[in-house]
Write a protein that binds this ligand. Structure first.
Ligand code: GTP
Ligand code: MG
Length: 452
């Protein structure tokens, strides 16, 4: 029999926020893992994906999520890095999401990457809720492991409660400064008009039932139409990472956001030079509640349905690009699908002009982010490409008419040694940084100086 959950797509939930505000810890609490403890430098440096089945959601949420009320199969959580260098991955996570959790440390309030995350959610029109995290650090807090937040609040002293209220109202004020009206989630009637703020602790689990309840309710109520797509159709996905795996060579970590992919399917993947057409040799699925990033034991499966994280092994994937589309050809004409992938890549392509600066970045996502930031700063772009800085880029930059445009802006890329000599010879100035807004600031300072 086909129950409704076989035909509804799993909603994609992105977790966004400033570094150390507790995104990975929150997910660890939900999935019962300790990914955060094992992270190098104690920060997240990749996008992750974890499929949490409805069963787990309702176990965690207790009375707040009755599985009989829902026909969504569960939630696919996308973890993102909060560290400032990873704005590309934040925007990629934000763009993939149906809904998002903005995690804010109640003590720390709004920080630069909180603001950046809000801008991404605004730009992509993604509905979100705010997890006001680390409530357990409120002075005098009386922890109530895993309890719904209102139950926990009843057990707090007047002083602790008013201390927490103070932080929460400040948060609500900061959201208002950003143009969002918000309130404690239990006072919100219409979650499309008002942002719900859920006080939580990733450490004690307080408020996690509420967070999951609000997420499930929102997904079911407002997004069911979007979820009721034909998941049996050909798969659509986005490459999170291209990774070497022993025995498989280059593999793709993919978020499948629509349709189904089968072992043996012909797929088209966006590549650095041209689309790659190849055949799926193996589909490797992380177990339920496992983070694809850290998972060691993948189950080899015959098919995967959206939304899900999946590792795809296939020949010829070396040239695949992080951020590029993956499409299953199915019974369509392969040339048609190649054209679709090319068109999607062209959409990501940056509009260039006759006069402007040269931009190089490490991935499609970061190139796009650079272009957005430059557009805001009203800096025209002559050429924008993914890849290291080569002599050819210097030659192009040297053709700019205005001295302030004889410039290369490099984000997270290397300078090829033969390009370095060319820079001096051609009087082209190079700006490099691994933080987008700093790179743009440096360039703007240079222009100001020049015009003085
Ligand atoms: P990035 O991925 O690097 O952006 O950080 P993150 O947002 O994923 O933060 P992470 O989950 O790694 O947590 C950062 C630190 O805060 C860790 O030391 C956690 O143990 C701690 N932490 C997270 N949530 C809570 C909480 O609710 N209460 C307390 N007391 N500590 C927390
Ligand atoms: Mg993290």
């Amino acid at each position: 029999s086909t129950s409704q959950s076989d035909t509804l797509r799993t909603p994609i939930v992105a977790v966004l926020g400033h570094v150390d505000h507790g995104k990975t810890s929150l997910l660890d609490k939900v999935r019962g893992s300790a990914v955060s403890d094992g992270e190098a430098g104690a920060i997240t440096q990749h996008i992750g994906a974890t499929a949490v089945p409805l069963e787990t959601v309702s176990q965690m949420a207790g009375a707040l999520v009755n599985p009989d009320d829902f026909d969504l199969p569960g939630l696919l959580f996308i973890d993102t890095p909060g560290h400032h260098s990873f704005s590309t991955l934040r925007s990629r996570g934000g763009a993939l999401a149906d809904i998002a959790i903005l995690v804010v440390d109640v003590n720390d309030g709004f920080q630069p990457q909180t603001e950046e995350a809000i801008d991404i959610l605004k730009r992509t029109g993604t509905p979100f809720i705010v997890a006001a995290n680390k409530v357990d650090t409120t002075p005098g807090w009386n922890p109530q492991q895993g309890e719904p937040i209102q139950k926990s609040l009843e057990k707090q002293s007047k002083r602790a409660k008013s201390k927490l209220d103070e932080s929460l109202y400040q948060l609500i004020g900061e959201l208002s400064d950003k143009g969002f009206s918000s309130d404690f989630y239990w006072r919100v009637q219409n979650f499309q008009k008002n942002i719900g703020v859920v006080p939580v602790s990733a450490l004690t689990g307080e408020g996690i039932p509420d967070l999951l309840g609000v997420l499930m309710g929102l997904s079911q109520r407002y997004m069911k139409d979007e979820m009721a797509i034909d998941v049996a159709g050909p798969g659509y996905g986005t490459v999170l990472e291209v990774k070497e795996e022993r025995g498989f060579g280059a593999t793709l970590d993919v978020v499948l956001y629509d349709g189904t992919i089968h072992a043996g399917d012909t797929i088209v993947v966006g590549g650095a030079n041209e689309p790659i057409v190849t055949e799926v040799r193996a589909l490797l699925q992380p177990r339920p509640n496992a983070e694809i990033r850290t998972e060691k034991r993948f189950d080899k499966v015959d098919e995967v349905r959206a939304a899900a994280g999946v590792k795809i092994a296939a020949p010829d994937l070396e040239g695949a690009m992080a951020g590029a589309p993956v499409r299953v050809v199915g019974d369509r004409d392969v040339d048609e699908v190649i054209r679709e992938v090319e068109a999607e890549l062209a959409d990501i392509e940056v509009t260039t002009e006759e006069e402007g600066v040269v931009v190089k970045a490490d991935t499609l996502g970061s190139l796009e982010a650079m272009a957005n930031a430059l557009q805001e700063a009203e800096v025209p772009i002559l050429r924008a490409e993914v890849g290291d800085i080569a002599p050819r880029d210097v030659a192009v930059a040297s053709t700019a008419r205005e001295p302030e445009h004889k410039v290369i802006l490099g984000f997270n890329v290397d300078v090829l040694s033969n390009a370095e000599d060319e820079l001096d010879k051609n009087d082209v100035k190079l700006f490099e940084d691994d933080v987008i807004y700093q790179l743009i600031d440096e360039y703007e300072e240079f222009v100001d100086e020049m015009k003085r």
